[in-house]
Ligand binder design. Structure first.
Ligand SMILES: Cc1cc2nc3c(=O)[nH]c(=O)nc-3n(C[C@H](O)[C@H](O)[C@H](O)COP(=O)(O)OP(=O)(O)OC[C@H]3O[C@@H](n4cnc5c(N)ncnc54)[C@H](O)[C@@H]3O)c2cc1C
Length: 438
């Protein structure tokens, strides 16, 4: 039993009183816990996994976001601009907060269409754990949340179960930060409809929508963009797709190539980014597509997606692993290879003269050799979730605050709604806000 029983006891359940209860110890939850300790509050962090860190612990570690609210609006046109303000304006404070822990934090550098720093995520999680313990907080891994506790509408804590039995944790603030619902097939089917069945899983296995379910049980509403997700295109035909392959087989260069569906048609403006392309491929009838690119794109891809991140030559990686890859000195050769997987040869060979794509295709398919890799969409986190206000407070369907209940990270929806501006930064900023605002 991790919870001191001496605090209070009721009939058959131990009860423990804290200031802040954080449910989920990944990027959002740990940053909320850090904010709580800084404010001198007693915090309890529960996680159902045996180790803290969640998807953050297996991420690339780039804490980044866009430079301005205008850039946020352009990258996330369907996203919630009020929340976007909080992200952009809160980012410098988050970086200061991370640096203050003494953790290893790289210099600022360009990351995609914004800027960021590389964080030693595991080092950060360890440091926050030490701070929580030093401030009489409680860290409770392998602990399941059974239900939220409410007094009327107000959330006053949660009932949790660990090896020692049931405990009721009472808190002024309860922060839901369980990392989204990408690990829950039923929820994916409900919200992403047909696309759900076509998605590979590219995240830690623990995030199964518990925050969403708990929040709804307490009266929460859901956000815009419940069908949106952040993810990447992945080479198909590789024998396994586990943590080690998440970055290695992501086709980050899809924004510089051309995507054709199994009807041989282009269906999106690929330059919007690989995360947007992943969502579009998921909407195609067969949930797969052919990514065609030239040698210059291959060279750029091999040079690195983000400076500082280990780089992989997509062609070498795919051919070594036996992925669906074909190449040739002209597009007819590529077309013949791709026809075997069901892509109309005339459409592939017809690039760059294809009726709907000639101008773009000409600019993207320069000198040979050419390559085509079949891609499938993989989900990293769901972008829809609990409806929150800019203070991280959970709202009911009518937009009224549910007192005592907060959410951050991928559990909190509506921020990106199909676009993307940094998962770690948004989790960190809203983790801070959930404890400090309101
Ligand atoms: C391969 C990969 C690379 C990435 N690279 C980057 C990058 O470089 N930059 C970037 O910005 N983003 C990146 N991301 C995304 C980033 O990791 C996430 O956006 C971020 O971790 C989300 O934070 P979170 O706190 O919401 O979820 P998580 O960090 O996943 O934490 C959720 C936590 O909740 C716990 N939990 C789940 N259910 C329960 C429950 N019922 N009770 C208690 N605890 C529960 C989980 O065990 C986990 O510890 C990457 C992700 C992956 C998978």
């Amino acid at each position: 039993m991790k919870f001191p029983t001496s605090v209070m006891t009721s009939s058959d359940t131990a009860t423990y009183a804290a200031d802040v209860l954080v449910i989920g110890g990944g990027m959002a939850g740990m940053t909320a816990a850090l904010a709580a300790t800084r404010a001198g509050k007693r915090v309890v962090v529960v996680d159902k996994a045996s180790a803290f860190g969640g998807s953050a612990a297996i991420s690339g570690g780039f804490v980044w976001t866009v430079r301005s609210v205008e850039e946020f609006a352009s990258q996330c046109p369907l996203g919630d601009l009020e929340l976007g303000h909080v992200l952009v304006e809160g980012y410098p404070a988050l970086i200061a907060r991370l640096a203050d822990t003494g953790v290893e934090l790289g210099d600022e550098q360009p990351v995609l269409y914004g800027r960021g720093r590389r964080l030693d995520v595991l080092g950060y999680i360890r440091r926050v754990c030490r701070k929580v313990a030093a401030h009489d907080g409680i860290l409770a891994p392998i602990t399941q949340v059974c239900s939220l506790v409410q007094e009327g509408r107000k959330v006053t804590g949660a009932q949790v179960r660990d090896a020692g039995g049931l405990t009721t944790i009472l808190a002024e603030r309860t922060v839901l930060a369980t990392g989204g619902f990408q690990g829950n097939r039923a929820l994916l089917h409900r919200h992403l409809k047909g696309s759900a069945a076509r998605l590979l899983h590219r995240a830690g296995p623990q995030s199964t929508g518990d925050g969403l379910t708990l929040g709804i049980s307490a009266g929460a509403g859901t956000s815009r963009g419940m069908d949106a997700f952040y993810g990447h295109l992945v080479a198909s035909g590789i024998p396994e797709f586990t943590e080690r392959q998440f970055v290695r087989f992501a086709q980050f260069c899809s924004d510089q190539g051309l995507l054709l569906n199994t009807d041989g048609r282009r269906f999106t403006d690929e330059s919007l980014g690989d995360h947007m392309n992943a969502q579009q491929v998921a909407r195609q009838t067969e949930g797969r597509a052919l990514l065609v690119f030239d040698h210059a794109t291959r060279r750029r891809a091999a040079a690195s997606f983000v400076p500082g991140l280990e780089s992989y030559d997509p062609v070498v990686e795919c051919s070594t692993a036996g992925a669906r890859l074909t190449s040739g000195e002209d597009l007819s050769a590529v077309a013949a290879g791709a026809a075997v997987w069901g892509y109309p040869a005339e459409s592939v060979a017809g690039l760059p003269a294809g009726a709907d794509s000639s101008a773009v295709a000409k600019s993207r398919l320069g000198a040979p050799p050419y390559y085509a890799v079949e891609v499938r969409p993989a989900i990293t986190f769901t972008e829809g979730g609990l409806r929150i206000d800019p203070g991280g407070r959970v709202l009911d369907p009518a937009g009224t605050v549910i007192p005592g209940l907060y959410s951050a990270g991928a559990d909190a929806g509506g921020l990106f709604a199909g676009g993307y501006a940094g998962g770690l930064a948004s989790a960190g900023v809203f983790g801070m806000v959930a404890v400090e605002d309101g």
